[in-house]
Design a protein around this ligand. Structure first.
Ligand code: COA
Length: 184
């Protein structure tokens, strides 16, 4: 006798946490969304770069770049959410990228993190919210250490790492400060 085949309901598609935009409240009470970066954000990254103050550009890229190369922007916007991941912050009504937080791993278990928030939105808690999201994703991808390179005068970034609650190791690396965060 043929074994009876039983029709099973299809399992619901696994909703990947990374796909869900997460609302969060700025310190001034406005709501923003944290969502995964998409390849079609590349143009916004180029535009957003033009809005940054020279100081913010230097803090992020350590040199006075004038433009974000569109090819580089395309690479930044195209990530796999495993070894390279990025989230962006947008207002719910226009979806324009106002801040980016990313990690990139090129050795097992370790990833470099970097953030940038448009000047007029700095100090509102955006990068702190991004760091939390990046930490969760990195842990689920087996990343145990975040490394960041920060200019010594970048009080905002150093503050954020000091207050994030993760064990830290800090050392001088040439002109930069190397911050290591333990996610384990
Ligand atoms: C560093 C940076 C990403 C922080 O982003 P953010 O969205 O402003 O971060 P948060 O609002 O979560 O603030 C982090 C901390 O820095 C403080 N801070 C933010 N902007 C500041 C500023 N311009 N000056 C001094 N402190 C500042 C905040 O008050 C907060 O500290 P607190 O929790 O003790 O209040 C942002 O200032 C930025 O884009 N700077 C230019 C690029 C850069 O430096 N990137 C880092 C390279 S890894």
């Amino acid at each position: 006798m043929e074994p009876q085949t039983q029709e099973r309901p299809a399992a619901p598609p696994r909703v990947r946490e990374v796909d869900q935009p997460v609302p969060f409240t700025l310190r001034d009470g406005r709501t923003m969304l944290l969502r995964r970066i998409r390849p079609d954000d590349a143009e916004d990254l180029v535009e957003g770069f033009r809005m940054l103050s020279p100081r913010s550009v230097r803090m992020r890229f350590f040199s006075p770049m004038r433009e974000l190369d569109p090819r580089f922007a395309r690479r930044l916007a195209d990530v796999d959410f495993v070894s390279r991941a990025a989230f962006v912050a947008t207002f719910p009504d226009d979806d324009q990228v106002r801040a980016v937080g990313r990690y990139e791993s090129d050795s097992p278990g370790v990833a470099e993190v970097a953030f940038v928030t448009l000047d007029e939105l700095q100090g509102q808690g955006i990068a702190s919210a991004m760091l939390e999201r990046l930490v969760d994703l990195a842990r689920s991808n087996g990343i145990r250490t975040f490394v960041a390179y920060v200019l010594p005068e970048n009080a905002a970034m150093l503050n954020l790492f000091r207050r994030c609650g993760l064990p830290r190791r800090i050392r001088r690396d040439g002109e930069l400060i190397r911050v290591e965060l333990d996610l384990s």
